[in-house]
Design a protein around this ligand. Structure first.
Ligand SMILES: Nc1ncnc2c1ncn2[C@@H]1O[C@H](COP(=O)(O)OP(=O)(O)OP(=O)(O)O)[C@@H](O)[C@H]1O
Ligand SMILES: [Mg+2]
Length: 403
């Protein structure tokens, strides 16, 4: 997770946050879907800093959480720290703590260690008490980096030879949000939750633990907000421009696709260069970051995760079985070399040189997945292109496809 900024400094996002509140008011729980570094956590931090009346927000970063017990401890801690107020609440937490048999060490709550799982009854009891004690309030649990937590729990269970609790915890959370009308959840993370759930499901098990939570897409900053951020960054970094400032700011926004994280990194490097900056220097700096062997923006992630996202093999008429990951790579290679969006037929005929896939449905499905995973975007006529030019540019460099 990136370093967090003061929520007061979060630019824009008002329309998005307004829509999130509307959905929550209607009783929904939500899944945020977005590419990494787009500003998901900042959206939640802004909501938390400016809560709507009648809502109590509890934000938890659960990236490092490897066991369900630790998750429940973090949750209890978060609820206790955030649901301050009436004496009644203090009494309720004291009573809860006692009845769970927990201890507190240096302000951190610990559940008792026991042979049997204590986390599920503890989780049920905590949310029962909290929802019951705040009947006029809607409690929103914002669970950031949830997919990482599930993967870590699963890895630990594998290492210790125990059954994985990851899917079970999702099922229990689902049950609880259905049981308590004033309980809402927001699941967030930069790893695709749909992939993690698929990996966790054992064959034949049809658990659908998140299909009651509509997806909410988070986009990069809107152009006018991205320009405001660019202006603030140039101001704060003391960057001088060779020409009128506006077109240089616009170049920063364009070159970074309006991702605040990349905008910040570029502004920092431009300031460090000590040069007077024009549009060309902005473009050169982005290129230099994308091409650097040190990979300062960890773009390699876009390539390395493909084997996790698309495991296994598919049928090739000539070669027999071929890797799904390699097929995805080939499609991305084809699209990075294309100046214009490509139709399914064009993509099919381009990949034909390496893959003999007769079933058009296989290509359609792979394109659907690449779209879901934010690599691609399609227009109404199903012509595909890279969703972010920054990723397209990096892919071209990293795959050695620049002429
Ligand atoms: N709306 C915004 N206004 C100003 N700065 C922002 C905004 N959104 C994000 N940032 C900056 O970009 C950084 C990264 O944003 P954030 O951590 O919210 O992204 P994320 O999508 O949660 O990233 P990750 O995928 O790493 O979890 C923030 O620390 C902040 O400095
Ligand atoms: Mg984040």
């Amino acid at each position: 997770m990136a370093r967090q900024i003061d929520p007061k400094r979060v630019i824009g996002r008002d329309k998005l946050i307004g829509n999130i509140w509307k959905r929550l008011e209607k009783g929904s729980s939500l899944r945020f879907t977005a590419e990494r570094r787009i500003g998901k956590t900042s959206v939640m931090q802004k909501m938390r800093a400016e809560p709507k009346e009648g809502f109590r927000l509890v934000y938890l970063d659960i990236e490092g959480t490897e066991t369900p017990e630790y998750f429940v401890e973090k949750l209890l801690q978060g609820l206790r720290d955030n649901l301050t107020g009436p004496q009644k609440a203090k009494r309720m937490f004291k009573g809860l703590h006692k009845s769970l048999g927990g201890t507190e060490i240096a302000g951190m709550i610990k559940l008792p260690t026991a042979e049997n799982d204590v986390w599920q009854p503890a989780l049920e009891k905590i949310l029962e008490e909290v929802c019951g004690n705040f009947p006029d309030q809607r409690i929103v649990l914002m669970l950031d980096e949830l997919p990482y937590m599930l993967q870590k729990m699963d890895d630990l269970a594998r290492k210790t030879g125990k059954p994985s609790p990851a899917l079970h915890i999702l099922d229990v959370l689902r049950e609880l949000r259905h049981k308590h009308a004033n309980l809402h959840m927001i699941y967030c993370g930069s790893v695709g939750l749909h992939h993690v759930v698929t990996q966790l499901r054992s064959p034949g098990l049809s658990s659908e633990p998140v299909n009651d939570m509509p997806l909410m897409e988070i986009h990069p900053l809107e152009p006018k907000d991205a320009l405001l951020l660019a202006d603030r960054l140039f101001e704060e970094e003391g960057i001088e421009t060779t020409e009128e400032r506006k077109p240089v700011l616009a170049a920063l926004v364009k070159e970074t696709d309006g991702f605040p994280f990349y905008m910040e990194r570029v502004a920092e490097r431009l300031a460090e260069s000590g040069l007077t900056i024009g549009k060309e220097q902005v473009g050169e700096m982005v290129r230099c970051q994308l091409a650097s062997g040190h990979d300062p923006w960890q773009m390699e992630h876009f390539r390395s995760r493909l084997s996790d996202y698309y495991p296994g093999e598919m049928k090739d008429v000539h070669k027999g079985a071929v890797s799904r990951r390699d097929f995805a790579v080939k499609i991305l290679d084809a699209l990075t070399l294309s100046e214009h969006p490509m139709s399914i037929e064009e993509i099919q005929s381009t990949v034909k040189t390496s893959f003999s896939i007769e079933d058009r449905g296989v290509i359609v499905e792979m394109l659907r997945l690449l779209e879901l995973d934010h690599y691609l975007i399609a227009d109404e006529e199903k012509r595909y292109t890279f969703r972010f030019t920054l990723v397209k540019r990096w892919w071209k460099i990293a795959q050695g496809l620049e002429s």
